[in-house]
Design a protein. Structure first.
Length: 95
């Protein structure tokens, strides 16, 4: 599970490096971060929904693998340490 935004980058990299499917409870700001349910993350709306989705993706390995690959791409393109450093550089330039 992801940590709440602001503290989750290490967890994302750990999941990405391990090839794990990233899941989390639905959060309103995920889309703004580039996360899309069923494309690069699996979101759930409660324990029953989470259990059903885990069972589904365990039985559908190709879909699960595609979501994992899409998550890796998003992390590298938008949430890597390199991206964060560039964002900080831009912030410092604007001060």
């Amino acid at each position: 599970m992801l940590h709440r935004f602001g503290d989750h980058v290490d967890s994302l990299f750990n999941c990405e490096e391990s090839g794990l499917l990233i899941t989390d409870a639905c959060m309103p700001d995920l889309n703004a971060q580039g996360w899309v349910d069923g494309k690069n993350i699996v979101l759930y709306k409660g324990l029953r929904d989470m259990t059903e989705k885990v069972q589904y993706y365990l039985a559908h390995g190709a879909e699960r693998s595609q979501i994992v690959e899409n998550a890796k791409d998003l992390i590298v393109q938008s949430h890597s340490n390199t991206v964060r450093v560039k964002q900080l550089e831009e912030l410092f330039k604007s001060i």
